[in-house]
Design a protein around this ligand. Sequence first.
Ligand code: KIV
Ligand code: ZN
Length: 432
Amino acid sequence: AVKYRPFPAYDFSERTWPNRRMTAPPIWMSTDLRDGNQALIEPMNGERKLRMFEKLVEIGFKEIEVGFPSASQTDFDFIRSLVVEDRVPDDVTIEVLTQSREDLIRRTIDSVQGARRAIVHLYNAIAPDFRRIVFNMTREEVKQVALNGTRLIRELTAARPETEWVFQYSPEVFSSAELDFAKEVCDAVVEAWGATPGRKIILNLPATVECAMPNVYADQIEWMHRNLARRDSIVLSVHPHNDRGTAVAAAEMAVLAGADRIEGCLFGNGERTGNVDIVTLALNLYSQGIAPGLDFSDIDDVRRCVEYCNQLPVHPRHPYVGDLVFTAFSGSHQDAIKKGFAQRKPDTFWDVPYLPIDPADLGRSYDAVIRVNSQSGKGGVSYLLQQEHGLDLPRRLQIEFSRAIQRVTDETGREVSAGDVYAIFRREYLDV
Ligand code: KIV
Ligand code: ZN
């Protein structure tokens, strides 16, 4: 990551901005196998779940939500197989989600029976619309649902000391709830669990449905961060969804506002418009000089695995991974990139114009960087001839030949490959 300059790149020391910046990565939690899975057209079977789990481990996730075992027999069986077949590395903790009902909690804890370490994740919705429309419950009744679940999980886990238990509570729809009530419920849950600085609870504050601008979510997180009664006994987690398309910004701002941990999915899978995309978050950090602690050095391999497991394609313009995100068709961009590559010195900060990150760091070749269609100029055309065929055209010929290429691309409306460019060159100038 030392290859990348922290922002701002220039000396802004006399200014007061940015007044906060990220200097270290958050704790990452992948919920691909739970929130991601529950939103798929075809939920993963055991084989796809295992492929995804192994990829998440390989990438470097240390906390992985592996399913919703009381809601799905496939999830229950998969989680049992992880535990029984000893597939969870020592430094990885699996997490299981449950609602606050006795039979569901018992089944959830049974699913991880014998695990070395496990996070039990309890949730219930606390926002006014849910209290009124979905549950017909008062505030006090909703709080008691959370407390009953917490107490039962405390009792059941205490009886199984062979596992190191961590407890996570999510006041679902937090970002649409009254802050004073969210604090009241969270404080009570922290108390009921008996959290201490040596035995922290994870409090996860979801934007279950993203309903406001990212600064509003960040303000809500900051308020909780400042006002929770036992902040020193809490890992403060966020779980942004992407309904307004601003989940990445919301997560980044939430960390600046005091959050320690982010839950999300690879390439933004998840309910509706998805959970926050952890790949983008991690590579945003990486490209500003902060090692994210997740390995995306073979991004296409990760993408292939995720596309297979989710049976969903990744968009060609998806940040950092889409087929087109390191490609320039237009003449002026190609020209700047060409100059950037020509002037690059080893062991200096990455500074190639129009490329926020070196594609090679993600295991990508430079083949796709410069491609030629009717928008391209002489720079791109001569770059392809030079890179692929070792032909260095004099400037006047570059101009002339690029016009010939433009006639073809205007006529067909199509891209031309390096091979096409060479064939046209031979036809025009070598008469073969
Ligand atoms: O979006 C959400 O609120 C959830 C909870 C279960 C954490 O997925
Ligand atoms: Zn969610």
